[in-house]
Design a protein around this ligand. Structure first.
Ligand code: ZN
Length: 712
């Protein structure tokens, strides 16, 4: 999963009152004046770190004034004087915090970090005060209660409902004591989240495997180079995945593989001061109490009720079926590796273990597919791959991309104007491709200006940015991407198209469901390696020869390699997440036993695989926004594979009418619930068949006819 979640963590417990007593100089602050730049992009050449604090503070006070004006209205609350005003309020704050958030991730510094720590609690308290405002909620409720008897259209009704439901989910309907209890729970939960994260960080950094050059001479040069400390004969491997996984993949030393993998698996579970099991107990207890307070049986019920899935039952139905298939497939993969393992280890007590998986999978891969990165990367020069994404958007949607000169925050960033089929301006798209110390890990797509409408109904075009950490060019060689980097670029480009197409009349309808978010991005990965598209962009960087058919076939065949394992470990984590959040009553939890029972006892998972995240270091669900939501990726994958099948079924993967329908789905995202939009696009509910086929897990239903020649 090649994405970092771009959630600004709101730490509400460390409210800092010393923040910025300086008088706001509005006219001197470029963030508070209209951007006099081409296309209204942020004036990065003028914005300094010191501008954010005062600008955000000013924007918060402006937002408060807007809310006060709504409350000062003595007339009967209506859609226009309450909901619409509320929807339009706080736009300056939203815009500045969008830019601030993007810069914290791409251009971090001590100053920005300090600013973040100061400003985030203030913003959390600011939004909290608005959602807890009883007077405001009463006005919202008045409009909500009459929403079906006034002449509101479907989108307006949806906006009223989203705002009302949002407030209720924050506890707006609770009475005094309950409200206080909820606030207390939220406060405790946010503190536990921080503790969980800090423990995990400490445990991750606590372990180092230090080796001499001799001890790791069998590792590929790139892996050794990355591990070398200074010029010494000292090579350090850590529990961070970019260090851990190559070691597990290439190290012949089985004892060291076991040592590092066990250290990884036991983070937060070492019975020391950084142990997370008591915190997990507290969080589960508080989440159950919170769900009950808000009228839900379990926390999973609370979370899924506002997703496409709608209920834990629907999620279980999806996950269990795929898990069973994947576990079976993993058994086949294991059998294949076991043959090799036995050749290497003839001892009676030698048994294939989880820390052997990467090493033997790599051996099988080499033997079976005869494919390595040096064969593919010359065809994936960065500029060519970007052109491939542009070609795709042109074939599907008729878009064109024109390089433009605009103020930049870093000299490696570049920008394009995106033009629609008729040549009209659709938005601006930035790219910022290479790693640097000030940039977070991973790849993401966000915006410097969100798509919206102004009060006169005029579209405000988005300014979108794709940020990655791709291989750099070196000397005369351009940046040559791995296949994983190629699909990452297409993935983020898919998020960008979603923002660029977005055409939603109200700000409050911009957000789509959590289990919808990765549909627009993941679907583009399906095209990245399609033969017809590859032929337009996968040209050898030295002589422009087009990638040949046999190499394309190798790439396609190896795509299903090891999918039993990858699917099993992914779904194991998703299932444990759902299981633990489906508890309706708290009793002291033995965290290890809970996980063991859920996977190995109850579901028969093979013991040679560990879940991708064990509970004591499952930060997505205990320190991120994914509690009861680790299934989002898989849910969206069902959608993206099924949606891509709609193209394949026409016999033309660039089918324009299907593309038009898909664009409508993207542009309407948030206007209706995701499942209704999906049904309108596909004419049916999504089927998981395409996902199973793509992962090589599909089993044909029993047939009675003669066997046919089918290579599926
Ligand atoms: Zn994504």
């Amino acid at each position: 999963m090649k994405r970092i979640l771009f959630v600004l963590t709101l730490i509400m417990t460390t409210l800092n009152t010393t923040f910025c007593s300086k008088q706001v100089q509005k006219e001197d602050n470029p963030l508070l004046n209209e951007f006099a730049t081409p296309y209204g992009v942020p004036p990065f050449d003028q914005i300094e770190a010191e501008h954010y604090g005062p600008a955000l503070k000013y924007a918060m006070s402006l937002h408060n004034e807007e809310i006060a004006a709504i409350l000062a209205n003595k007339e009967e609350p209506t859609f226009a004087n309450t909901i619409l005003e509320l929807d339009r309020s706080g736009m300056l704050l939203a815009n500045i915090s969008d830019i601030f958030g993007m810069m914290c991730a791409a251009m971090n510094s001590d100053e920005m970090q300090k600013l973040q720590e100061e400003v985030m609690p203030l913003m959390a308290a600011h939004y909290d005060a608005i959602s807890m405002n009883e007077e405001l909620f009463n006005r919202i409720k008045t409009v909500y209660d009459k929403r079906n008897s006034t002449d509101l259209n479907a989108e307006q009704i949806r906006l009223v409902e989203k705002i009302y439901d949002g407030a209720v989910r924050q506890g707006a309907l609770l009475k005094g004591e309950q409200k206080e209890r909820l606030q207390k729970i939220n406060e405790e939960l946010s503190l536990l989240t921080v503790k969980f994260d800090n423990n995990l960080l400490a445990e991750t950094n606590d372990f180092k495997l230090e080796l001499s050059g001799k001890e790791c001479k069998e590792l590929p040069k790139a892996v050794r180079d990355a591990a070398q400390e200074g010029n010494d004969d000292n090579f350090v491997f850590t529990l961070h995945k970019p260090s851990l996984i190559p070691f597990l993949t290439y190290s012949q030393n089985r004892e060291l593989r076991e040592k590092i993998y066990k250290a990884y698996l036991n983070r937060g579970n070492n019975e020391n001061k950084h142990d997370n099991k008591a915190i997990i107990n507290d969080m589960i207890r508080l989440r159950i109490e919170k769900a009950n307070l808000l009228g839900y049986k379990s926390y999973a019920d609370y979370v899924t009720s506002e997703q496409m899935a709608g209920s834990p039952k629907a999620v279980y139905e999806l996950l269990e079926g795929i898990f069973t298939q994947a576990n079976e497939k993993a058994k086949e993969e294991l059998a294949e590796m076991n043959t090799m393992f036995k050749r290497d280890h003839s001892g009676e007590n030698d048994k294939f273990a989880s820390w052997d998986w990467w090493y033997y999978a790599e051996k099988v891969r080499k033997q079976k597919y005869n494919l390595n990165e040096e064969m593919t990367s010359p065809y994936f020069a960065l500029d060519n791959v970007r052109q491939g994404a542009f070609n795709l958007a042109n074939r599907l949607y008729g878009l064109t991309f024109r390089p433009i000169v605009v103020p930049q925050y870093h000299n490696e960033a570049s920008a394009y104007e995106v033009l629609d089929t008729d040549g009209s301006h659709l938005g601006v798209l930035y790219f910022d491709f290479h790693p640097r110390a000030s940039k977070s890990q991973g790849a993401w797509c966000g915006y410097f200006r969100r798509p919206s409408y102004d009060s006169n109904g005029k579209r405000i075009a988005p300014v979108v940015s794709i940020v990655c950490n791709f291989t750099r060019p070196s000397g005369n060689t351009p940046a040559l991407l791995s296949i994983d980097e190629v699909t990452t670029l297409f993935h983020e480009f898919g998020h960008a198209l979603h923002f660029l197409f977005s055409d939603v009349p109200y700000n409050g309808l911009l957000d789509v469901e959590g289990d919808f978010v990765e549909l627009p991005s993941q679907i583009l990965e399906n095209w990245a390696l399609e033969e017809e598209l590859l032929k337009t962009y996968a040209l050898h960087y030295r002589n422009n020869t087009i990638i040949n058919k046999s190499l394309i076939e190798k790439i396609h065949r190896s795509a299903q390699f090891n999918q039993g394992f990858m699917t099993t470990e992914l779904l194991a984590a998703a299932l444990v997440d759902l299981d633990i959040h489906s508890l309706t009553e708290y009793k002291e939890l033995d965290v290890d036993a809970f996980e063991y029972n859920a996977l190995y006892e109850k579901r028969g998972m093979i013991s040679e695989i560990e879940p991708r995240y064990r509970l004591p270091y499952f930060a997505h669900i205990f320190a991120g926004g994914y509690s009861s939501g680790y299934y989002f990726y898989t849910w969206a994958e069902v959608l993206d594979k099924d949606a891509f099948a709609a193209f394949v079924e026409t016999g033309d993967v660039f089918h324009r009418r299907t593309a038009q329908a898909f664009r409508k789905l993207l542009s309407s995202g948030g206007k209706k619930d995701g499942m209704s939009l999906y049904r309108e696009f596909r004419g049916a509910e999504p089927s998981r068949e395409a996902l199973l086929k793509a992962r090589g897990l599909w089993v044909e239903p029993e047939q009675t006819e003669e066997p046919t020649q089918d290579n599926e």
